[in-house]
Write a protein that binds this ligand. Structure first.
Ligand code: FAD
Ligand code: NAP
Length: 535
C-alpha cells in the first residue's frame, strides 16, 4: 500500500536527506514531503546575491560517508549557495534519495491516533498518508519573517525576501533598491547589490557586528591534507562546544585577566584569521559584560577605521553585547557604506511610517524604490513546526502545548506527541553550532531510537523529564550574556512571540547526555512495545 509508511519525514534539506538515507538503510518504508521543487532546504530557498556558508565548507558538510567526503571537492573556504546546493543535489543523486521524496508538497497537518499509535499526515496538495513515526526536518531558519508595514499593499515595485529569492537571476543594474534589515543575509547581499544598484538605501533597526570572512579559493594540497585526516576532524568537531573548529586550539585567555598586549594580539590574530572563531578568543567574553565590552570595542574601532564618515561609523557601530545576536561574517560590508550610491537610515531615529506606491516613507522623508529587499530573517526554531497543524494525544494542538514557549526533551521530542521527533528542535544546540554536525548527531540518535522502539511501539517524552530539560537549557543560558538582547534566539524578532531562549549551549556535553539517555534505556521517555500478535 503506498500510503502506509514506517516514517514520514517533513523537509529535504541537510536533515531530511540524511534521515531518509539512514532510515531506508534500516529497511524502513519512508516518505519525505518537501514544499520546494528540489532538495537543499536553506540552500534551495536562499538564493540572494552573496549567499554562502559562514562555517567553513570542509566542516559544513556531511561526515557520515567516507566516499562522499573523498569525492566532493569544495572550491572555496566558504562555499557559495549554488555550490552547496550542487553538493546536496549530488548527495540526493548519489544515494538515490529523490524517488522517496514528494516535491512541491507542503504538509498541512499531522494527527496522532492514540488507538493505533500512528500519525495521519495530510498535505496541502491532497495527499493523506499514515505512518508510525513523524520526523520534522523542517529547519530552524526556514519560515520567513515577512513584516507587514502600513500601505504595503499599495507599493507598485517589487518586494523580495532573501529567504524566498527568485530562481531566475535578479538584475538590479541601474535600479533604486531599499533593503530592510542588517542581519547575516543583509550583510552578505548588500555589498553585491551596491555594485549593481544605482542607489541603495539600507534601513537599519539594530547595528550588526561583523568580522571579515577572508574568503579564498581552497588549494588542492590543502584539500588533500584535510581528506587524509577527515575522520580525525569530524571526531574532533564532535568534541567541541560548537561542532566545528576541532583542530583549533581552544583559547586559554580570559580577556579580563590578560594584559593589554596579549589581549590585542589575540584579537588581531582572530581578526586576521576571520570567521566565527573570532568570538572564541577569550573564555569569558560571552559570560562577563566587561570582558565582552573589550571585544565589542575592538570591533567598533575597526568599523571607525573602515567607514570614512565618523557619524555614519557611529551609526553602524553596534551597542549590544557582541555575540548576543549571531555574529555576522562579511566581505566588504562596512566599506560598502563609503560608496556614493549607498545610504543608511537608522530607523530608531527615523522610523518607517509606511510603504507608498513608489517606495518607503519615513518620519523625515520619502525614498523611491524599484525593488525593496526584506532581509528580515525568520520565525526561527518554532516557526516551521507551528505552521503545521500538529495534533497529539487527545487532539491537543502543538500550538497550544507550546503557547508558553517550546517544551521539549533534548530538543528531540515533546510530551503528548508520541512517535514524533524534531531534528535540531528547540532545546538542542542546533543554531549555536555547525548545524551539519548537530543534524548528523540527531539523525543517528533518532534512527537508533526507532530501532529500539521497533514497529508497533510507541515512545513519548515524559512531562517530568521535559520540565527538567527546559530548566537545564534556561539555567545554562542564564550563566551567559545571550539573554541580554532582542535576538531571534529568544524569538524577540517576532512580535507577540513568547520570549524564551530556545537553543542549548554546548554541543559536546549535549551529545554525551543523549548517549547516556539511550544507554539507560531511553531514560526520560515512556516506551511501550506491544507484544506481536500470535496466530
Ligand atoms: P532546512 O535546510 O531549512 O530545510 C527544511 C526544509 O523543510 C525546507 O526545504 C522547507 O521547504 C521544508 N519544509 C518546512 N516546512 C514544511 C512543510 N510544512 N511541508 C513540507 N516541507 C516543509 N548553518 C550553519 O551551521 N552554517 C552556515 O554557514 C549556515 N549558513 C546559513 C545561511 C543561510 C542563508 C541560512 C538561512 C541559514 C544558514 N545556516 C547555517 C542554518 C541552516 O539552516 C542549516 O545549516 C541547515 O541548512 C538546516 O538544514 P535542515 O535540513 O535542518 O533545514
Ligand atoms: P536576522 O539575522 O534575523 O536579521 C534580520 C534583520 O531584519 C535584522 O537586522 C532585524 O533587526 C531586521 N528586521 C526584522 N524585522 C524588522 C522590522 N519589522 N523592521 C525593521 N527591521 C526588521 O535574519 P537573517 O539575516 O536572514 O539571518 C538569520 C540567520 O540565518 C542568521 O543569524 C544565521 O544563523 C543564518 N544565516 C547565515 C548566513 C551565513 O553567513 N552563512 C547568512 C544568512 C543567514 P533586529 O536585529 O532589530 O531584529
Amino acid at each position: 500500500m503506498d500510503d502506509r509508511f514506517d516514517a514520514v519525514v517533513v523537509g529535504a534539506g541537510f536533515a531530511g536527506l540524511y534521515m531518509l538515507h539512514k532510515l531506508r538503510g534500516l529497511g524502513l518504508a519512508v516518505r519525505v514531503f518537501e514544499a520546494g521543487d528540489g532538495v537543499g532546504g536553506t540552500w534551495y530557498w536562499n538564493r540572494y546575491p552573496g549567499a554562502r556558508c559562514d562555517v567553513e565548507s570542509i566542516e559544513y558538510s556531511y561526515g557520515f560517508d567516507e566516499e562522499l567526503e573523498q569525492e566532493w571537492e569544495w572550491t572555496e573556504r566558504y562555499a557559495t549557495q549554488p555550490e552547496i546546493l550542487r553538493y546536496l543535489e549530488h548527495v540526493a543523486d548519489r544515494f538515490d534519495l529523490k524517488r522517496d521524496i514528494r516535491f512541491n508538497t507542503r504538509v498541512a497537518s499531522a494527527t496522532f491516533d492514540d488507538g493505533t499509535n500512528r500519525w495521519t499526515v495530510r498535505t496541502e496538495q491532497g495527499d493523506e498518508v499514515d505512518s508510525q513515526f513523524l520526523i520534522m526536518a523542517t529547519g530552524c531558519l526556514s519560515a520567513a519573517n515577512m513584516p507587514v508595514f502600513p500601505g504595503q499593499e499599495t507599493y507598485e515595485g517589487r518586494i523580495l525576501h532573501t529567504g524566498q529569492w527568485p530562481h531566475e537571476p535578479v538584475d538590479l543594474t541601474g535600479l533604486k533598491v531599499g533593503v530592510i534589515g542588517t542581519g547575516s543575509s543583509a550583510i552578505q547581499s548588500i555589498p553585491i547589490m551596491a555594485e549593481q544598484a544605482e542607489d541603495l538605501v539600507v534601513f537599519q533597526r539594530t547595528a550588526t557586528y561583523s568580522v571579515p570572512a577572508h574568503n579564498r579559493p581552497l588549494d588542492k594540497e590543502e584539500l588533500a591534507d584535510v581528506k587524509r585526516h577527515y575522520r580525525d576532524l569530524r571526531r574532533a568537531n564532535r568534541q567541541t562546544m560548537v561542532g566545528f573548529g576541532g583542530w583549533q586550539t581552544p583559547s586559554e585567555y580570559a580577556a579580563l585577566s590578560c594584559d593589554d598586549d596579549t589581549r590585542r594580539r589575540v584579537l588581531d590574530e582572530r581578526w586576521a584569521r576571520g570567521g566565527l572563531s573570532f568570538l572564541g578568543g577569550f573564555t569569558d567574553s560571552l559570560l562577563l559584560p566587561d570582558s565582552n565590552e573589550l571585544v565589542a570595542e575592538y570591533v567598533r574601532d575597526k568599523i571607525r577605521n573602515i567607514v570614512k564618515d565618523p557619524s555614519l561609523a557611529e551609526k553602524l557601530a553596534p551597542r549590544q553585547v557582541i555575540g548576543c545576536k549571531r555574529l555576522c561574517v562579511d566581505t566588504g560590508y562596512y566599506d560598502t557604506f563609503n560608496r556614493d550610491n549607498v545610504r543608511l537610515v537608522d530607523i530608531n531615529e527615523d522610523p518607517i511610517e509606511e510603504l507608498t506606491p513608489t517606495g518607503i516613507r519615513t518620519r523625515s522623508g520619502s525614498f523611491d524604490f524599484d525593488v525593496i529587499v526584506f532581509a528580515t530573517g525568520f520565525d526561527a526554531m518554532t516557526g516551521a513546526l507551528l505552521r503545521v497543524d500538529i495534533r497529539g494525544t487527545d487532539g491537543i494542538p502543538l500550538q497550544d502545548a507550546w503557547a508558553e514557549g517550546p517544551k521539549t526533551y533534548l530538543g528531540l521530542s515533546t510530551p503528548s506527541f508520541p512517535n514524533m521527533f524534531m531534528i535540531t528542535g528547540p532545546g538542542s544546540p542546533s543554531v549555536l553550532t555547525n548545524m551539519v554536525t548537530s543534524i548528523e548527531q540527531h539523525v543517528e540518535w533518532i534512527a537508533d531510537c526507532i530501532t529500539h522502539v521497533g514497529n508497533l511501539g510507541r515512545i513519548e517524552a515524559t512531562p517530568d523529564a521535559t520540565e527538567a530539560w527546559i530548566d537545564h537549557v534556561n539555567m545554562i543560558a542564564s550563566f551567559t550574556l545571550f539573554p541580554t538582547c532582542n535576538s531571534w534566539y529568544l524569538g524577540a524578532n517576532i512580535p507577540g512571540k513568547k520570549r524564551v531562549f530556545m537553543p542549548l549551549l554546548g554541543f559536546q556535553p549535549y551529545d554525551v547526555k543523549c548517549q547516556e539517555v539511550a544507554a539507560n534505556g531511553y531514560e526520560g521517555f515512556d516506551i511501550s512495545q506491544p507484544a506481536p500478535v500470535r496466530r
